[in-house]
Every structure is written in C-alpha cells, then in structure tokens.
Design a binder for this molecule. Structure first.
Ligand SMILES: [Zn+2]
Length: 464
C-alpha cells in the first residue's frame, strides 16, 4: 500500500508491553510473547494451519447480498475439541466438519467457535462454513475502510490488515498462508475478478460463474474479489525465466481504462525481476474499481487501485510487493516494514533509473529533517497503535533502513541480499531477525547495531 493515498492518523502511543524487540534483542523474555500476533492478538488461531480456502458464492449486485460456502482444508496441530475461525460476516447457516454438521456460535467481535461432535484429531480435516446476507465493511484504527466494500455496481473485498474476516471465515493472520479457489456466480452482464488465474467462465442467459485459482500460498489480507461491470483486458508478458505470464486487468467501466498503467506493467515486472528474481506467481494484472477507500493495495497477482491512483510510482510499489510482502510474507504485523520499506525502496531504485534522484540524494534529504520530524518516531518496528501500521516511519524510515544497509555493505552485497531474500523465503513467512541474519551472512559483517538504530530505537538515528 503506498503512503500518499493512505491517511496516517497519529494517536498517542498506548502503554502496552512491546514484545517486538524480541526479534532483534535476544534479552527480551520469550514468555512475554503472546501466542498470536503482537499487534492483533485476537486474530488467528494457533491450533491448526490452513491448506486451502475454496470459496463458492452467489452474489446479487443490486442488493449486495451473497450466499456463500467456504470450505477450509486445514491440518490440526493437536486434537481439537473445538476451534475458532475469524469471521465478522453475516449469519452463519451451517457448519460441517468433515461433512458432519457441527455446533457453532459467535463470540466477541469476530470469533466463530466450532464444536464438532467428535474432536478433530491431529492431521487433516475440512470445515465448511455457509453464510448468507450482506457482508460488512470494517473500519481500521486509522479510520480507513476495508473488508467487503460496497461500490456503485457491486463490491470489492480488500483485506489489509484484518478485513478478510468480513466475508472469509479464516485463520486471519499473515503467518498462515494458503491456496485460494473462487467460484463466484453473478447475473450475466457483471464481471468477477479475483486473485490468481482465470480458469473458467460458464455463462447462461441469467447468470455467469467465474472461476479463479490462486495456487501459490497467499495470506488472507491479500485476498481480493471485485464484482461489478468492468472492461476486461487480456494480454501476456514473458518472465525472466521464460514463462508466459497471462495478464488479466479489470477496469471499472466508469473510471477509465488505466491504459498507461496497463502498458507499463510488463516493463515494471521486468524491473522487479532484475532486482528480486523471477516473477513469483503465475499471472499478473491490475484492478481499477470505484471503491473510495483512499489507498491502493497489493492484492496478490492483481493489485487494486481506486480511480486515478494507478500512477507509475504506485504501480511500481504494488508490483514490488508481489515479491516483498506477498511471496515473502511477514509473520507478525509489527514487521510490516519488511513489506512497505522494501516496496518504497523499490520505488527509489526505479525512479533513479528513470531520471529521478539517486537513492543517496533522497536518503540525505530525508536524513536532514530535524529530530522533531514525524519520520523518526515511533521506530518502524516499535509502534504500539495499529493506526501507525501504515505510518511514515514504516515506509520512509523503512526504505532508509535499506539504504543505510546498502551503504554499510556495498552495492554488490546489498543486491545479493535482496535476491537471496526473495529466493530463500519464496512462498514463506519471515521476521526481521531473518533479514539481519541473511545480511550478516552475505556481508560477513556484524549488523545488529545498524538494524537496531534504524528499526528499534525511537528518534533520529545518529551518525549516518
Ligand atoms: Zn505497500
């Protein structure tokens, strides 16, 4: 998600225990770490790991009502008498566990507690959740909107950080990536776009079923479904490793066709491949929809842009995320800089190759800002308020962190680190400590002090 579109509301830091430093500061007590995410401890469930989500949905654009069944294939880590899914969506009509009806109840803001007659044994199981109604939007701590977002002619599902639970009963934490498959039926004359590859479209006079398959593991926050009336643009490009990549772009019929951004996509993908290695997924594209949410989002394979937002720098940012954030995914939201700092620095590198300032000049101009500037606090991994998740330090100080690393280890080692990062952790989850270790191994230098200066200590880092 790019900075300029997202309002970064600032609230007074809450006095809550910070455990993030544990990733960098070995002295922090392990017992202080909650079982779940450190920023959203109520999200996600540790008793199982999801393998795939199969979403079957009938949707009515005029009323925004849907009738859906989501089949979740998972692996239990231990015997489960009952288990939770994150879900804040409409009325649940049925829950099946391995094909047998199970008791279920809603608790808290977004827990669906499922209790099968027989406990789920360790190993694979399937839970199928049916729901019916109008899925809600979700308002974030910074005031922005996500979840099932209504548009003039349908809706778009946008999930960063937690909005997927408005329509997808899920283990809603980036640490649990899974395959996604969608079969969505709409009145004929409407289009459906989602993540992955378009693998089927069955049309009758009354309705059309669109089938999308995202076979590469994906975090729930990157899931996207857009339904409405779109112009559909199909093309292809060739990846650096010789694969033909289909490009499906869907642009709302009322917003313009984003022709410049669509034309630039192959070159921007090629730029990303030179930095990070082969494009990590099987298809690409973009979605422009009339959701007035104030941000673009790197939804996997096919980023979303509100009207007018698909500028070159924003497209570079969202395409960069396909490697950094989507294929290589943070485990804990406090490590969001691993997505945003990298994507922002990719913009710096792209700009420098296209007549813009050199990264060193940008770094210096930012570093010259006074110590009182908002850029310096909270440090990128030290925020305590979810409203700071998409704040300036995460993006800009995050990008500066990478440039400080580059100056320390030199260009050759720095670009080797970038490439090794995306190669080694492809389709996996990471923490900041993984990057520190990798950079130290590649460079042979002790770098924990540099990363602490830039990521952990509030205030302007001294001596750079
Ligand atoms: Zn971003």
């Amino acid at each position: 998600m790019p900075t300029p579109l997202r309002p970064a509301a600032r609230l007074a830091p809450a006095l809550v225990a910070l455990v993030l430093g544990a990733t960098l500061l070995p002295a922090a007590p392990a017992a202080a770490r909650p079982a779940g995410d450190t920023l959203f401890p109520q999200q996600g469930n540790s008793g199982y790991q999801v393998r795939s989500y199969d979403v079957a949905m009938d949707y009515q654009p005029l009323t925004n009502r849907a009738d859906a069944t989501v089949q979740v294939r998972a692996s239990a880590r231990r015997t489960l008498d009952s288990f939770h899914l994150d879900f804040s969506g409409p009325r649940v009509t049925e829950v099946l566990v391995d094909g047998v009806a199970a008791r279920h109840r809603r608790t808290g803001a977004h827990e669906l507690v499922v209790t099968p007659d027989e406990p789920v044994r360790r190993g694979r199981f399937t839970v199928s959740v049916s729901w019916r109604g109008v899925p809600p939007e979700h308002t974030d701590a910074d005031g922005s909107t996500e979840g099932w977002v209504r548009t003039a002619d349908g809706a778009i599902a946008l999930g960063e950080p937690v909005g997927a639970m408005t329509w997808l009963p899920s283990n809603n934490t980036p640490g649990d990536k899974a395959r996604f498959h969608y079969e969505i039926t709409v009145p004929t004359g409407y289009e459906v776009v989602a993540n992955g590859d378009l693998v089927g479209r069955e049309e009758t006079a009354a309705s059309t079923t669109w089938e999308w398959d995202a076979r590469d593991p994906m975090a729930t926050y990157l899931a996207m479904v857009a339904i409405g009336q779109f112009d559909v643009h199909e093309s292809e490009t060739t990846s650096i490793d010789g694969r033909t990549l289909p490009i499906w772009s869907f642009t709302d019929v009322t917003t313009g066709d984003a022709a410049k951004a669509r034309a630039a996509l192959p070159e921007i993908i090629a730029f990303g491949e030179r930095l990070y290695g082969p494009y990590p997924f099987t298809s690409a594209g973009l979605v422009v929809d009339d959701a007035r949410v104030g941000y673009a989002l790197e939804t996997q394979t096919r980023a979303f842009y509100p009207p007018g937002a698909a500028t070159t720098s924003t497209v570079v940012h969202e395409v960069a995320h396909q490697w950094v954030g989507n294929a290589v995914t943070l485990t804990d939201w406090h490590d969001i800089w691993l997505a945003e700092g990298f994507a922002a620095y990719t913009e710096w590198l792209y700009d420098a190759e296209h007549g813009g300032p050199r990264p060193g000049e940008r770094f210096q101009a930012l570093y010259d800002r006074p110590a009182s500037d908002d850029l310096w606090s909270p440090a990128p991994t030290r925020f305590t308020d979810p409203a700071d998740l998409f704040g300036q330090p995460v993006y800009v100080r995050g990008a500066m962190t990478l440039h400080a690393l580059r100056r320390e280890v030199g260009d050759r080692d720095f670009f080797a680190v970038l490439r090794a990062w995306t190669t080694r952790h492809h389709d996996a989850n990471v923490r900041t400590a993984d990057l520190v270790r990798l950079a130290e191994r590649v460079s042979g230098e002790e770098l924990s002090g540099l990363f602490r200066d830039w990521l952990v200590h509030d205030g302007k880092p001294r001596g750079y």
